[in-house]
Design a protein. Structure first.
Length: 358
């Protein structure tokens, strides 16, 4: 929140409003589900259908909104949000309920029980194709594979799933120009010769066109060195006041933090995320029932994978995507979803500790 205010005070005010909304929903979830959150399992198919509906919303011609080449947003007048953030949580509830019920037959590999799960694979590919969002498809399918491994302990299923996703991703890469550009920017962000720039319609160096954000972000991280420039002392605008890195408070806020806090501060932030993930997995181990174990593992792994995807993209470990950095990036739908993830883990932890004391 401090970094968002430092970059844009107006965004900080709006983010503050969303945090209040998120805290209200967080409190409501804890209050309404305080006796037994496991009743959500009864509505697992409803959660699954709702998750699919939310993922389809950005594709609709009236509601859908394209930002930076990806169709991830839905808008109602001046209000816009990413339905995929809430779909992620609903997908986890569905998978936890279904895999808890079918874990034994899934481990046996009976084809008829794999129908709903194969639908998830097809859905991930369709999301990747229609929304042109490589990170979203990777996140949803990664959560699916992680929960499948927790439910069955069959590493072969994970290997087969990764193979299926790789085949689908290569296919989408071949037929979708936006995804192909993201991979090209990842592999070759700098060029010594001029290439066609679709933004200006002229020949230019790639670092001055498609990979401008990524290259400037890497320079920003490098400028921070070990100790950083100091909070509020980073250089993010040129002499004319124009922001050097577009979308700095959303997709690239980790670059801003790395410049002002340096390697020490950026590493400390990642350690905080690691502690969150460690505690989440600890909650999954302490849970007594299958639904709680799967839900806690899914929520925690989804949080960890989302963090890896955005930080890994900024550091050029993987192709860059538009996923937000949990609890740090500007965005209302992201902060609401992350507080609901936290509420879910607290509910599971409370029940596990209560049962352990009996």
């Amino acid at each position: 929140m401090t970094e968002i205010y430092r970059l844009n005070p107006n965004d900080a005010f709006r983010q503050g409003i969303w945090i209040v909304v998120a805290l209200a929903l967080f409190s409501a979830a804890l209050f309404l589900l305080r006796y037994d959150y496991r009743r959500l399992e009864t509505f697992k198919y409803l959660f699954g259908i709702t998750a699919i509906a939310l993922l389809v919303l950005p594709v609709l011609p009236v509601l859908g909104l394209t930002v930076n080449g990806a169709r991830l947003w839905v808008h109602f007048g001046s209000l816009r949000f990413q339905p995929g953030e809430l779909a992620k949580i609903m997908l986890i509830v569905f998978l936890a309920g279904y895999m808890r019920e079918k874990r034994e037959v899934l481990a046996q590999g009976r084809p008829k029980d794999w129908g709903p799960l194969l639908v998830i694979w097809v859905l991930a590919m369709l999301v990747l194709l229609e929304t042109r969002d490589l990170g979203g498809g990777l996140l949803y399918f990664g959560i699916f594979l992680a929960m499948l491994y927790v439910a069955t302990a069959r590493i072969g299923y994970v290997a087969a799933g990764l193979g299926l996703f790789l085949v689908g991703a290569i296919g989408v890469w071949r037929i979708t120009p936006h995804v192909r550009d993201r991979v090209t920017i990842w592999l070759h962000p700098w060029t010594d010769h001029k290439v066609y720039c679709p933004i200006s319609g002229h020949l230019d160096l790639r670092q001055n066109c498609q990979s401008f954000q990524l290259v400037k972000s890497l320079y920003s991280i490098g400028h921070g060195e070990y100790a950083g420039t100091g909070l509020g002392k980073g250089t993010f605008a040129n002499v004319s006041g124009k922001q050097i890195i577009p979308d700095l408070n959303t997709d690239f806020i980790y670059s801003a933090l790395a410049q002002e806090l340096g390697l020490i501060g950026a590493a400390a932030l990642l350690l905080v995320y690691m502690i969150f993930v460690l505690r989440g997995m600890r909650i999954a181990l302490l849970a007594q029932d299958g639904f709680s174990k799967l839900a806690a593992a899914g929520l925690t792994f989804g949080f960890a994978l989302q963090t890896f995807i955005i930080v890994g993209g900024i550091l050029r470990l993987i192709p860059l995507t538009g996923i937000t950095l949990p609890f740090v990036s500007y965005g209302g739908s992201s902060v609401v979803a992350n507080f609901l993830v936290l509420a879910g883990l607290l509910l599971i932890s409370n029940r596990a500790n209560r049962e352990a004391l009996r």
